[in-house]
Design a protein around this ligand. Structure first.
Ligand SMILES: *Cc1c(COP(=O)(O)O)cnc(C)c1O
Length: 372
């Protein structure tokens, strides 16, 4: 038995790598007297908008608020239907339900775990009302097929929201980054994300002036100016200066860290050779390897084997959104075959930029040693 324990992620290494400059950031914010929505927030918003090549970035408190405020800003109201995937940990569904809107669950394809134009069309065809919006999640850091999906959204008259919480920096074949395809895009800066703060954070990006203006108001009580509550559905969802300063400092590292993630993922895809384990294909810049996820029919046995070999794993994600306990029997008739199969077979292997080469070797060896 191996004595090495390889964590599925290790944020201590992430913070340690930049400890000096992050401490300088913290001291600067501490001395500044500005702690919420100040100069660092402005600087991060304009830098991140430039990075994504969009007009507007509006920071908020987290990625789930970003989704909800995006829907609200777009005018989605109770009773509206919104198409979502059911294999993305309830984030999109939570936002849709918070609005009082109805999720229309679309299946994904097994090979990528992503929505496609076909699965979206099928969900629309079976829905009892025409959906007003679509949330596409670039799951595990892999860009969905946006040109085709944009066409479907256009034809169906749906607003297109990209959930980029796992895909900061992913680049499509046409050179656009995640967040530059949809009418609106949302990001999370939760510490484990590809661009992670040292606390919670999120953002909405868009080229639409009106939607940007509405998100800016909604994140601060619906104020149009101080103490003037102009917009319904407002709340407090602001990014703080400390996190914004950290994000300004960490954004320049994103490309290098994404590259390292992809390098690890591509090594796994080439070197894990076990008939009982299906690996995703090697990939280019359209995949930023937020998570490296394999499938195995005997997933739980593989997980136990890896655990006894000192390899940490996770299951992302085990339960289709429509089967979560909170719904009661509201979605009892929903059954999406590929989503169900994936929930039973997915397994996340350690894949984070600060992994040591010896750890990558050990993960590959442990997978190849599984008798299946
Ligand atoms: C993490 C995540 C979110 C939610 O972000 P929070 O900041 O945790 O609220 C939304 N969508 C996806 C795909 C995520 O991975």
């Amino acid at each position: 038995m191996s004595t090495m324990t390889i964590p599925v992620n290790d944020l201590k290494r992430y913070a340690a790598e930049s400890a000096g400059s992050l401490t300088e950031c913290a001291v600067e914010v501490l001395r500044s007297g500005h702690y919420v929505l100040g100069p660092w927030v402005n600087a991060f918003e304009s830098t991140f908008a430039d990075y994504c090549a969009v007009e507007h970035c509006i920071s908020v408190a987290n990625g789930t608020d970003a989704l909800e405020l995006a829907l609200r800003a777009a005018g989605i109201v109770p009773g509206d239907a919104v198409v979502v995937a059911a294999n993305a940990a309830m984030y999109g569904t939570t936002a849709v339900l918070a609005i009082g809107a109805d999720p229309i669950f679309a299946d994904v394809v097994e090979a990528t775990a992503l929505l496609t134009a076909d699965t979206i069309r099928q969900a629309i065809g079976e829905a009892t009302k025409a959906p007003r919006a679509l949330i596409v999640t670039h799951l595990y850091g892999r860009l969905a097929d946006m040109p085709e999906i944009i066409e479907v959204a256009k034809t169906a008259g749906m607003l297109l929201i990209e959930d980029c919480a796992q895909a900061h920096g992913a680049i499509g074949v046409d050179g656009r980054r995640a967040g530059a395809y949809g009418d609106i895009a949302t990001f999370s800066f939760y510490p484990t994300k590809n661009l992670g703060a040292l606390g919670d954070g999120g953002a909405v990006t868009t080229n639409d002036d009106c939607i940007a203006d509405r998100v800016r108001k909604l994140r601060q009580y619906g104020w149009s100016s101080k103490y003037c509550n102009a917009l319904e559905g407002g709340r407090n969802s602001r990014l703080d200066e400390l996190q914004a300063a950290f994000l300004c400092r960490l954004l320049p590292d994103l490309e290098r860290r994404n590259k390292r993630r992809r390098e690890i993922a591509n090594r796994y895809s080439l070197e894990i050779r076990n008939p009982g384990i299906a690996t995703p294909p090697t990939a280019g810049a359209e995949y930023v390897a937020h998570l490296y996820v394999v499938t195995a029919v005997r997933r739980d046995a593989l997980r136990a084997h890896l655990s006894s070999s000192g390899v940490g794993t996770d299951v992302q994600y085990p339960t289709p959104d429509y089967r979560q306990v909170m719904h009661g029997d509201r979605f009892a008739r929903v059954f999406l075959p590929a989503t169900e199969i994936l929930c039973g077979q997915v397994l996340t292997l350690p894949c984070f930029p600060e992994m040591f080469d010896a750890e990558i070797d050990a993960v590959i060896a442990a997978c190849n040693a599984w008798p299946g």
